[in-house]
Design a protein around this ligand. Structure first.
Ligand code: SF4
Length: 345
């Protein structure tokens, strides 16, 4: 079990619900970034990170915090003074790399300010930021990635910081899994899981699902970011879908849908897509099935809280394998979504 730490109004680690993170894509001090924060919060984002490039960005946290409830993270490279300013402005967590923040006095100042304000710090490595010594000693692998991150942890601990989150990211799925397993065996700080530079929405989601799924199913990981070259709302949707597929607690609806075959006589695929959209905002762990035909549908989706299967001239709506009603295709959407609503109540 990892250590439980507090980030703003949220706890991660220690068996808490796995928090979904994303990162704003607009410059932090702009109205677009604040609007994006609101949009991401509505989509189910639990923690949002912003890059801090200058004083205006660092000062923007107090204004954004008035518009959203989720904890905000300041991502800082090179200038420790920006970290101090972001903490002053109300950032709930800081992401730094002590190796690139400059003189050790700067790292110490950030550590002391974070500690005084109850602000946790995320440190970590990725395949582009492995410490030279470790790279020479071990090569580019899980050991050098893990040891680079653990060295940063040791620096923070030296200055009395014990609310730490650790990440070890690679763009390779097997290396990401090995690196997180390596650090999980060596530290009990919560782990932030992610695949770096994962790619576009389709390929990147698969990479993230493969790496994060392999880890989460074994209980490794406390917070995740499904990083994608796409709208960050898609990251949140993918993360939530992944957690619900893994049947993690506190997640939303799980949609099962058949691939269809020659027995299907209606547009089951389009209806599955429509249902998926409808379920995106559902925060209850219900199971919903959209099946092509009555021959196999209700039987195969017996554990669904509510399901639909195509029948001659219409569809049947069922629950746990039992038929609730037969509906005409034109009434299906209204009738089916009303049954989903009943499950949510
Ligand atoms: S549920 Fe029916 S339509 Fe869907 S794959 Fe099975 S047999 Fe084919």
């Amino acid at each position: 079990m990892t250590k439980k730490i507090k980030i703003g109004n949220l706890f991660i680690g220690g068996g808490e619900k796995i928090a979904v993170q994303s990162m704003a894509t607009y410059k932090t001090c702009t109205e677009k970034a604040a609007l994006q924060a609101e949009e991401l919060e509505s989509a189910g984002c639990d923690i949002l990170r912003f890059s801090v490039l200058d004083n205006d960005d660092a000062a923007a946290f107090s204004a954004i915090k008035k518009r959203v409830k989720m904890p905000l993270v300041a991502d800082i490279h090179f200038d420790y003074k920006l970290a101090l300013k972001a903490i002053d402005g109300g950032a709930d967590k800081i992401r730094i790399n002590p190796g690139n923040i400059g003189a050790i006095a700067g790292v110490r100042a950030v550590a002391e300010a974070a500690k005084a304000n109850g602000v946790p710090i995320r440190v970590g490595s990725n395949t582009g930021s492995i410490e030279k010594d470790f790279l020479l000693k071990y090569g580019r692998n899980e050991v050098s990635l893990g040891e680079s991150a653990l060295k940063q942890v040791a620096i923070l601990e030296k200055y009395g910081v014990h609310d730490i989150v650790v990440s070890v990211k690679a763009s390779s799925v097997p290396l990401t899994v090995k690196a997180y397993e390596y650090v999980a065996a060596k530290t009990d700080y919560p782990l932030h899981l992610g695949v770096t530079e994962a790619g576009t929405e389709y390929g990147g989601t698969i990479k993230n699902a493969a790496a994060l799924g392999a880890l989460l199913i074994r209980g490794v990981g406390d917070t995740i970011r499904v990083s994608l070259s796409a709208d960050p709302v898609r990251e949140v949707v993918a993360a939530k879908t992944l957690l619900s597929a893994l049947e993690k607690s506190g997640t939303g609806a799980n949609l099962v849908a058949c691939p269809t075959c020659g027995r299907c006589e209606w547009d089951c695929m389009a209806f599955a897509a429509k249902t998926e959209k409808y379920l995106a905002t559902v925060n209850k762990p219900i199971k919903v099935a959209v099946m092509g035909c009555v021959v196999n549908g209700p039987g195969e989706a017996q554990d669904a809280d509510v399901g639909v299967a195509g029948a001659k001239g219409g569809c049947i709506i069922f629950s746990h394998g039992k038929v609730l009603k037969t509906v005409k295709r034109e009434d299906l959407e209204r009738e089916f979504f009303a049954e989903i609503d009943k499950c949510i109540l």
